[in-house]
Design a protein around this ligand. Structure first.
Ligand code: ZN
Ligand code: ZN
Length: 295
């Protein structure tokens, strides 16, 4: 017997963390919550290790346990849900990326490739854009000569470099560099130079058959998505492959923002969401309604 029945609509989420990195809860709690929510597919994607210390990446020594835990859960819950093993892998030129031997060797179902680090402070500390606004300002001043435009361009350049040389299956929160715009104005998201950066990156993702996630992590708290909903119409017109991910750091957040964002995407003319099909071993476009993917 399969559950949920083939004809049902349900969501899948491919971007979520756990206590192996900076998420709360063990992977089994995410699996149980997903089953409660009627989800058919769940991917767990803890932050892959990086060659320096951070507050959120998984330690290398924890990787074997992480993989084994997911493997056991896949088997234990196979009648109820398709569990996928993944990692959110940082792209850091010369140091880490979706095609790093350690990542390839992990035998994951897929990888979410993300850029968080956009440079290095003069004293050697890696600069993450996904931190406090004051840290963001410090990075702009000390690494990018006070020029936000230089930082934003670098951020998208790094993503295009990743898409070109180490394409993942999903690109994570493609415009997260604008997250600090909600606290303070840093740059005009409608300016031509900025649209050129994000659109060329989205186009390259489509060209490389990399699925662009619409990340809903801050939808409930700030009505913010990555990429911004301002791009949804353009993405529909340009056939950018899309999926919805919540980037959950708590089991309760697995479907946070999904219903609202699905409606926004439908209204923008996005007719399909890309879903992982185990048989094909890849993401394929599937129709969806406001209340779930039509499997
Ligand atoms: Zn991320
Ligand atoms: Zn994440």
């Amino acid at each position: 017997m399969t559950y949920p029945p083939e004809s049902s609509r349900s969501w899948a989420n491919y971007h979520g963390h756990s206590f192996f990195c900076d998420g709360n809860g063990n992977p089994e709690e995410y699996v149980n919550k997903a089953i409660d929510l009627g989800m058919k597919t769940l991917g767990i994607s803890s932050h892959a290790p990086v060659p320096f210390e951070t507050d959120w990446n998984m330690l290398s020594k924890k990787v074997p346990d992480y993989l084994k835990t997911l493997m056991n859960l896949k088997d234990e819950y196979k009648e109820q849900i398709t569990l996928l093993s993944a990692m959110e892998v940082d792209y850091i030129p010369g140091a880490m990326g979706p095609r790093n031997p350690q990542i390839i060797g992990a035998g994951l179902d897929y990888v979410v490739g993300s850029v968080h680090f956009a440079g290095t402070f003069p004293e050697g500390t890696p600069f993450s854009i996904d931190d406090s606004t004051s840290w963001f300002v410090k990075g702009i001043e000390e690494i990018f000569e006070g020029d936000i435009k230089k930082l934003v361009k670098k951020y998208f350049e790094l993503q295009r470099e990743m898409l070109e040389h180490q394409p993942p299956q999903i690109i994570g929160h493609v415009d997260k560099v604008r997250m600090h715009n909600r606290n303070r104005f840093f740059f005009d998201e409608t300016s031509d130079w900025y649209l050129e950066e994000i659109r060329s990156t989205l186009k390259l993702a489509a060209e490389k058959e990399v699925v662009v996630e619409v990340n809903t992590k801050y939808f409930d708290t700030a009505e913010q998505t990555f990429p911004s909903k301002n791009h949804f119409n353009w993405m529909a017109e340009n056939n950018i492959p899309i999926t919805i991910n919540s980037d959950a750091h708590n089991p309760e957040d697995l479907l946070s923002g999904f219903y609202e964002v699905a409606e926004l995407l439908q209204n923008a003319g996005v007719n399909h969401l890309f879903q992982y099909k185990k048989k094909e071993g890849r993401f394929i476009p599937m129709p969806y309604e406001k209340d779930g993917v039509v499997w």
